[in-house]
Every structure is written in structure tokens, then in C-alpha cells.
Design a protein around this ligand. Structure first.
Ligand SMILES: [Zn+2]
Length: 327
């Protein structure tokens, strides 16, 4: 029947249209950050094997920036970092934590039949590890699957003290192994006396995401670093930009990096910046404090999940443009 023929023709045409026009667009969007790891290491944390993926892309112009994504649930930053390495070359290190096929912030492990967890950005000092393990009593949505080490973290029993010490040692061992994947003791030996973890001109840049700032439920934002707030202790000063979202900011480990970022762009393209004290005190076990203590150039690029995506892309670009230009 002619009508039926016409209908079949229309369906064929629409299918072809979808295959030729729509699907490649979709594939392109999904492919934006598609990048296969060049190396995968498995690091033991009690019974759990934690994967550390490294993505290395070699381009003509060398990229001296090592990108890090250590909170696996912060996928916006991770995908932007993959996109950056894919287009500009360089190295990205990704710490993987999944549970029920969902990316997780924390690393999970079993100890004496208990499911415990640790924030991977609190594993870089003994005090940081202990404080993070003991705070699990305050359950959050993210931590709901994570059991507490003690019912009364302020009054540990002798047995709980022993357990805490054993777990801390295991996490410290894990931490050293993880650091070695991107910050080995002797990465750059300039002469026999001087052994450097980074070569001259190289820098570590971590990408993180947070949720929207809310005065009634204050999460991490540049405001957290202002006097009287939670992260004010190790903070030297804070540079705030009018009209910029409080969730999007750089954190730098020294004033030299601050000056460099500030001189990079004109007034219309400024970003919030938090500058860490040297030495940074107190030590919460985060990587920025570790780098501050070891005088390693380190920048943290924080941006809001999803809504902060374009700003985070711009912030990564600013850092790459600058560090790739100087070499
Ligand atoms: Zn994070």
C-alpha cells in the first residue's frame, strides 16, 4: 500500500537521520572525557584492593602539571582533568573507590568484621588519619555504610586504642604507596646531594568538587577559609572576587603561586584564591598540608559539582596555559 510504503520510507529516513546526525553528537559528548588508563596499580588496604589509574598522554609540548583526582565521587573534576590530559598531554592520577557500582568519596575496608572507611584526603598524616577514623560517629549520607570504630570516640577502651593504632599504621603504609605513584622520593635528582620529589617548574594540581553554598547548611566553599570558620587555621589569607560563586576557588600552598595566578588574567577573568600558611598548622592530613610542609608547589582547584563545570574548566586552562608557557 502506498501509505505503508511512505511510512516505511519515513522510518528508514528517521533511523538514518538518527544514526548520521544525532548519534555521533551523543557519542562525541560521551567521548569528551573518554580516556583509557595507561597504567593501573592495585594498592592493598586490609582486604580491599584500591585501584590507582594513571593516564599519560605525550604531546610535542611537555606538560609539567600532574593532575590528581582523589575523591572518586567528584566526577565533574575527574572528567575535566581527563579532557585536559587528552587535549594538552601530561599526567593524571585517579584514585578509584566504588561501592555498588557507584563512585565513592571514601575508601572502604574491613577490620574485625566491621566495615570502616577513611577520607583519602586525610591520609597524609598520623593525626589526620586518627581524627578522620574517629569522626565516623557523625554519620552523613555519604558515610551511611561506614561503621564507627567506637561508640564513644572520646573515651576509647584499651582494645579500641590498639585497633586504632593498627588501622592507622595500615593506612599510613597505603598512603606512602599512593604518594609513590605520583610523588616518588627521587623523581628529580639534580645532583647527588639534592633529591627532589618534583623537578623544577613542575606542579601538582588536584581537582575537587563541592556542593552549592547554603548559609543554613554550610559546606566547603571559599568562606570556610575566612577567620572564625572551619579551615581558617592553616590559612594565610583569602582573595575574594566580586560576583564569583563562593564554591569555585583555587587553594595554593604559598604566596608565590598566588602572585603567579593573580598576574595571569585580567580583571574580568579573576578567581577566588585561598592562600595556605607556611608551615600550615593544624595538620588535618590533607594533601595540601602535606605539600605545604614539604614545600611542594600544589594547587587545589575546587568547583561546584555540575554548575561549576565551566569555571573549573577555565581554572584548569589558566593553570595549564601558564605552566606550559614558562618551560
Ligand atoms: Zn574532594
Amino acid at each position: 500500500m502506498p501509505n505503508k510504503k511512505r511510512l516505511v520510507r519515513l522510518i528508514v529516513f528517521l533511523s538514518l537521520f538518527q544514526a548520521l546526525v544525532l548519534l555521533p553528537d551523543l557519542a562525541k559528548a560521551q567521548d569528551e572525557s573518554a580516556l583509557a588508563p595507561t597504567k593501573t596499580r592495585k594498592l592493598k588496604l586490609f582486604d580491599t584492593e584500591i585501584l590507582v589509574n594513571t593516564y599519560r598522554v605525550v604531546k610535542k609540548r611537555k606538560n609539567p602539571v600532574t593532575l590528581l583526582a582523589i575523591h572518586h565521587n567528584e566526577q565533574t573534576g575527574l572528567n575535566l582533568a581527563k579532557e585536559a590530559v587528552k587535549t594538552r598531554g601530561g599526567l593524571l592520577v585517579e584514585l578509584v573507590s566504588t561501592r555498588n557500582n557507584r563512585p565513592q568519596r571514601n575508601l572502604f575496608f574491613t577490620f574485625k568484621n566491621k566495615t570502616l572507611c577513611i577520607d583519602p584526603n586525610r591520609i597524609f598524616s598520623t593525626d589526620g588519619i586518627k581524627a578522620d577514623l574517629l569522626k565516623r560517629k557523625r554519620a552523613t549520607i555519604e558515610d551511611r555504610e561506614c561503621q564507627s570504630l567506637s561508640e564513644d570516640p572520646k573515651n576509647l577502651t584499651v582494645q579500641e586504642e590498639q585497633d586504632l593504632s593498627e588501622i592507622t599504621k595500615e593506612i599510613e603504609r597505603f598512603s606512602v604507596n599512593f604518594l609513590d605513584t605520583f610523588l616518588p622520593k627521587k623523581r628529580c635528582v639534580r645532583n647527588q646531594r639534592l633529591q627532589r620529589r618534583l623537578c623544577k617548574g613542575e606542579i601538582l594540581v588536584a581537582v575537587h568538587n563541592n556542593s552549592a553554598f547554603d548559609v543554613n547548611d554550610p559546606n566547603l566553599s571559599i568562606k570556610t577559609y575566612i577567620i572564625g570558620e572551619e579551615e581558617a587555621g592553616p590559612t594565610e589569607s583569602v582573595y575574594l572576587v566580586n560576583n564569583e560563586d563562593l564554591d569555585n576557588f583555587f587553594l595554593v600552598t604559598n604566596k608565590r603561586l598566588f602572585s603567579r595566578l593573580l598576574n595571569l588574567y585580567d580583571d574580568e577573568k579573576q578567581f577566588n584564591i585561598s592562600i595556605q600558611k607556611q608551615p600550615p598548622i593544624p595538620d588535618d592530613g590533607s594533601l595540601s598540608i602535606k605539600c605545604g610542609n614539604e614545600k611542594i608547589d600544589y594547587i587545589n582547584i575546587e568547583a561546584e559539582h555540575n554548575q561549576g563545570r565551566e569555571r573549573q574548566r577555565a581554572m584548569i586552562k589558566v593553570v595549564l596555559d601558564s605552566w606550559m608557557k614558562r618551560r
